[in-house]
Ligand binder design. Structure first.
Ligand code: AMP
Ligand code: MG
Length: 400
């Protein structure tokens, strides 16, 4: 059985970012830039007034208070054709170009209007005051954002300012989710007898949504070889990533591995030394990458976090698809060490500046209900003597 590290390496080795596509800004959030973006202008594009006030020659105000003649009025959006000479001032609004000759703006609060188009400047102002010089933020042709930049609100703002209306970004893969199990019924129905409500599809859709992906739900398929083969054939053709839930373990009706083999998908690994999630399978067929998740609800959830999220991040262009490890001090109940790495529902909290993790009471991988207060998974090492009270434990905070 391979380790989690080996499994991740295999997964990441077998996925690549897609071919970049131009994307309108309104849809670019959460995408990753596929090429650097250069500014097509200087920013600010002109010497911009940062205040409502009066554009002056700073030297004129050296012995303020001083009276100046107001020669014009410059609102935002207007470039003055005139020039400010010594003894003169122009009324100017925030965002307007500072007229030639002037080298500072006196804020309106430090002036007093006088009769006959005159203004009194109350205090001296130094050269450059309240003027944002042309090109101060970026010069035309300079790189505004590098390849690999993840586009959040700030980056979208930068793209807008530098004229990148349709930046080249990595596309999101087409992801489908197919859930297997004879016992499964829709959430709206009330289970009778041996039936179970289908929840994994909903959990996976929520996890995918957190990664910016709207997955296609292919519904529930029975534990029937023929039906599964039919569904899988179409699903593999139409998806870049196919997530299967259930049917990968050792049961008599766990048909995912034999059917994938029959369809000539290449199984890259089956089983990883983790708990929950051991039976996980990873396969590929042509452009499609297939994750077979164990059906137990918490197993499926954990495997998504450990293997599928990094794969999707690489596919959408993240240069660091694995989050850097985080740690907390273990308190309370101690885990049993079992020779496989465990990912246990836990609660992270702050205890007077110390980050503390406590294991939650839990009934195992079928028990989703006990996860209600969970805000992290605690990572319990496979080796004995590594998880005592007060030990530093790796944690995977839930960041939704
Ligand atoms: P399997 O991996 O198919 O053997 O399923 C393992 C356990 O998970 C069984 O108890 C299933 O009833 C349960 N299970 C499988 N698929 C789902 C699902 N989509 N939603 C909720 N429980 C499931
Ligand atoms: Mg099953």
């Amino acid at each position: 059985m391979i380790s989690l590290e080996e499994a991740r390496e295999e997964v990441l080795k077998n996925v690549e970012p897609g071919k970049p596509v131009p994307t309108p800004l309104g849809l670019a959030r959460g995408h990753v830039l596929a090429e650097p973006v250069h500014s097509d202008i200087d920013l600010p594009p002109f010497n911009r007034s940062a205040m409502d006030g009066y554009a002056v020659l700073a030297a004129d105000t050296a012995h303020a208070p001083v009276e100046l003649a107001v020669t014009e009025d410059i609102p935002a959006g207007v470039t003055s054709a005139g020039r400010i000479n010594s003894g003169q001032a122009a009324k100017i609004m925030t965002g307007a170009p500072v007229p030639d000759g002037a080298d500072a703006v006196v804020m309106v609060e430090k002036t007093c209007p006088l009769e006959g188009n005159k203004i009194r400047i109350e205090e001296p102002v130094e050269s450059g005051k309240n003027v944002a010089p042309q090109g101060q933020d970026i010069a035309r042709g300079e790189v505004a954002l590098e390849t690999g930049a993840r586009l959040g609100p700030e980056q979208i703002g930068i793209l807008a300012m530098v004229g990148a209306a349709r930046p080249m970004v990595f596309p999101r893969p087409r992801v489908s989710v197919l859930v297997t199990g004879d016992e499964l019924i829709p959430v709206e129905a009330r289970p009778t007898g041996a039936q179970i409500r289908e929840s994994n599809g909903h959990v996976l859709a929520a996890q995918l949504a957190g990664d910016g992906i709207v997955a296609k739900s292919l519904g529930i398929v029975a534990d029937d070889r023929t039906e599964l083969a039919q569904k899988l054939t179409v699903a593999m053709e139409t998806s870049d990533v196919l997530i299967l839930s259930g049917g990968v373990s050792m049961g008599d009706r766990d048909f995912v591995p034999p059917v994938l083999a029959e369809l000539e998908a290449q199984v890259i690994f089956h089983k990883v030394a983790i708990k929950p999630g051991k039976p996980v399978l990873f396969a590929k067929k042509d452009h499609c990458r297939i994750f077979g998740l164990p059906g137990n609800p918490v197993s499926a959830l954990v495997v998504y976090e450990l293997l599928i999220r990094p794969a999707l991040r690489k596919m959408v262009g993240w240069t660091e698809p694995l989050a850097p490890p985080q740690y907390a001090t273990l308190r309370g109940r101690l885990p049993k060490i079992i020779g496989r790495r465990q990912f246990l529902p836990a609660r992270l909290s702050d205890l007077s500046g110390m980050r503390v993790v406590e294991l939650l009471p839990w009934h195992g991988s079928g028990d989703m209900i006990s996860l209600a207060p969970m805000n992290a998974l605690a990572v319990v090492p496979e080796k004995p003597g590594t998880a005592a009270e007060g030990d530093r434990l790796e944690v995977l905070p839930r960041d939704f």
